[in-house]
Unconditional design. Sequence first.
Length: 446
Amino acid sequence: MIRLYNSKTLKVEEFKPIQEGHVNMYVCGPTVYNHAHIGNARPMVVFDVLKRLLEAEGYTVTYVSNFTDVDDKIINKAREEGTTEQVIAERYIDAYREVRRLLNTEEPDITPRVTETMDEIIAFIDELVKSGHAYVADGDVYFSVESVPTYGEISHQKLDQLEAGASERVEENTQKKDPYDFALWKKTDMGIKWNSPWGEGRPGWHTECVVMINNNLGEKIDIHGGGMDLKFPHHENEAAQQEALHGNSLANFWIHNAMVNVDGVKMSKSLGNTLWAKDVVQNLGTNLTRWLISSVHYRKELNFSDETIATARKELERVLNPIHQADVKQAMAGAAGTEDFDHAEYRAFLDCLDDDMNTPNAYAVIFETIKKLNGALRQREIDYVTVDMYRNAVEKMLNVLGITVEKPVITEEDKELYAKWNEAKKAKDFASADIYRAKLTERGIL
């Protein structure tokens, strides 16, 4: 039984999909005006692990994550470079997909774009205007938050307690009837624009995801995810629009991951401490980056520092080295093993993840299984079936975490070197043993 923390109810709840055996999940994607930073990478990994967990527990998953390819920042970047918004968007969509690949995340099933959903977005806004939930003001269209009594149910903020300007995402101008009314359509004469019943313009950010969810997954989905910074106002405003037109809050579970700090300080452009995801993965490698991201519970802040990286590296080596040792010893011995795995250990691992994706507890199960693997490898007469049961269980655990295990390729020359190394050790010919060991290490065998 999977249990997940629901931001809407502030409780860990039993997860039951709307359609038995199938899960519809939408995670807000990037506004593509720059490269992805490590804060963008965290939800990529968090929701990739959630998808893998759901599939490990027997569900099929339709995973949708959008690209916001029209925005003031994209328009401004295009003007600075003397090119089109499409060129900018394509560049950073490609870059974002490359980060996904580097992180070994499974590509979402559907990746809709705002520019390809414009007719539906305009029609959705028009319905809101006609239903009285939105109003036109000099070519702009605003959503009336007071028209939805449930406004605040996702972020748990009361409208009368909010102050305009409390968030950089909240717009304040004199055309709005209420400071927290938000733009559905923006009149513009600069940059890319579309014709609409209210004149030329482009959509507001908060409407786009609602429409792409309705288009690709239907009016009510199982899971809506994203970073904690999206809870208010973005997700709150999404839910309000869906409530206004369709009478539901869009998703049964709202799941948010916490932020990323660098050396204990919030990452920000002004501080100059932004870590680009592509650089982090290229420096640390895919496995280490994913291990570090998942080492902290997704609802707790994650800190990138020399210390946390060093700790993660030691932990990962503690896991991968015994697997490598098992593979090498078995290959050198030419021993038959098994493709089966220790079902009890794997089940214990999944049980931890089923508890609101408790990755720290899941890591503890991995370490315990590795301890048993090490014990099996230290036996005078190694039982390679037992070794494989533990080894394969850990590999299955790591697969759910998106961490790959590479089996070494052992040649006949490797086997000869390995045999000579063991013979030299037995003969106490340490000088020769050191030479053989160096060669084996160079080949990646030891």
